[in-house]
Ligand binder design. Sequence first.
Ligand SMILES: [Zn+2]
Length: 380
Amino acid sequence: MRRWILALDISHWTLTLDVRLMEQPEAVREAFEQEFGRFARFRGAESAAFDGLRLADVETTLRELSDLRTRHTGKKSALANLKKQIGRAAAEERAQFAQAVQQLEARIAEEIAKVERALQDTAARLRTERERLDVTLPGRRIRRGHVHPINLIRQRLEDIFVAMGYTVEDGPEIENDFYNFTALNIPESHPARSPQDTFYTTDGFALRSQTSTVQIHAMQRRQPPLRVIAPGKVFRRDTPDATHNPMFFQIEGLVVDRGISMAHLKGTVTEFLRRLFGTDVRTRFRPSYFPFTEPSAEFDFSCFKCGGTGCALCKQSGWIELGGSGMVHPNVLRAAGVDPAEFSGFAFGFGIDRMCILLYDLDDIRLLFENDVRFLEQFD
Ligand SMILES: [Zn+2]
């Protein structure tokens, strides 16, 4: 009695298993059909499903189809799993099961291949169309760029100084302590060395806070007599506002020769300003202090707008402050390997941005750095 029930149970269980085995290819096919559905409309390159499709769309669909193939025929797919079961199937079912699996495999491969071909043909056609050259089309107008206002002014300044016998020098924007401070006679305790004023990069290096650093490089490289200007970017830790920006442009002038005096400095700055604003311009030097010059002076010029009678630009003073200057400090000459007993020199510097603001009558320095095309286009 017991034995009989057991046998029935086994038989029932075996039967169930076999039926489920034969159902499996059908289940895998259904799963494939469901996912493949959205690709099925692309069967045949003439299919209306391709109408209005761009090359990029077709290429994306091709990639998605390739993913689908991996999912449904790859090593970890349900189909691969079915193939593994062929060997384990009961002998009397094996042939039928194997045939069902093979038919399924062939069908999946064929469906995918058909759509893939149609997609590839369409992609090739769209590529050809894109590359076809229509010689009757009007040429595309290239939008011409133009020089930034700072560079326009910089070029004007360079032209004037080159005509006066100066050469244009360039120097690094990242400097070590020696070039940025020590050689310029800036003492250890000077506030300019504070991280609140200077951008330090890695240990011992800083973004140059003035173009005066180029003086040292130029003297070391060329040895006097020399006449150079050094236009370029400088960096200071300022919060941007209408008159300040943490990065701005300076131009530095340096003359070192035998017998150079303050008279040469005044004559040079005045001549430069006359060439820029006209022969009526007057200059004025006010005593000042800079660590790298002695004596030092700030220089102003008579307002080019009102001619010195007073206006809004010069704040009714008749004068416009421009920059700093002075006779090169003997310590600076020594630091660059120049003998102060034999040579003397003068240096001056001012902001190119400031000059730009004056000449174009701008009310905010930040306009020069925001790269707003609507602003920049006015300088075409
Ligand atoms: Zn004025």
